[in-house]
Unconditional design. Structure first.
Length: 199
């Protein structure tokens, strides 16, 4: 090959990579919307041909509407912050539960020994038992927080299953190869998202 041919081939590959990158970004945006609970409608954008999504009562094209994408990103950031806070609370509650159980078992042993030696206590009165939150109470609080996250994950998974089914049916029924490819791509993305949720 001459230098001209090599450069032309490089340019062609660069352009192909840029087109592929644009498609990947578009697919990534759609996947994020599906994970957040947005639903893909049976309509397509007049400008770019991408599927329209419905999220919180608003129908929009994720590719064309930057304002819809910005709102979705803000919602996603808020959702991720809330999930991180819940996870931090859960791990803190577990650490506290473990520390309290250790301290309670050590403390009760010391208190039992002290009561056996001096049943009236240091001031002449009988020692009153102190009440701490039991591990069961702490666990019930932690379970309540986990249930809300699990409910969100379950709802997201159900939405993804509906989207996957819909996209597969659309791909099967269309005669347009371009549309079939788009539907199959959406179905694959939904399946990957379901797989990620199941891990």
């Amino acid at each position: 090959m001459s230098d001209f041919d090599k450069e032309a081939e490089r340019q062609r590959l660069r352009e192909k990579y840029e087109r592929d990158e644009t498609k990947r970004r578009s697919t990534q945006r759609m996947s994020e919307l599906l994970l957040k609970g947005a639903t893909m409608t049976n309509k397509h954008c007049d400008n770019c041909g991408d599927p329209l999504f419905r999220y919180e009562g608003q129908v929009f094209c994720p590719t064309c509407q930057a304002e819809g994408q910005a709102a979705a990103n803000a919602d996603q950031d808020a959702e991720q912050a809330a999930e991180a806070a819940i996870e931090a609370d859960e791990s803190e509650a577990e650490a506290e539960a473990n520390a309290n159980e250790t301290a309670a078992s050590a403390g009760s042993t010391e208190a039992d020994d002290e009561t056996r030696r001096d049943p009236t206590g240091a001031n002449g009165r009988a020692a009153a038992p102190t009440r701490t939150r039991t591990a069961g109470e702490r666990e019930a609080t932690s379970r309540g927080a986990r249930r809300s996250v699990a409910g969100d994950v379950t709802a997201a998974r159900e939405s993804l299953v509906r989207t996957l089914t819909w996209a597969a049916e659309q791909a099967e029924s269309t005669d347009d190869p371009r549309r079939a490819t788009e539907y199959l791509t959406a179905a694959r993305e939904a399946a990957e998202a379901i797989s990620a949720l199941d891990r």
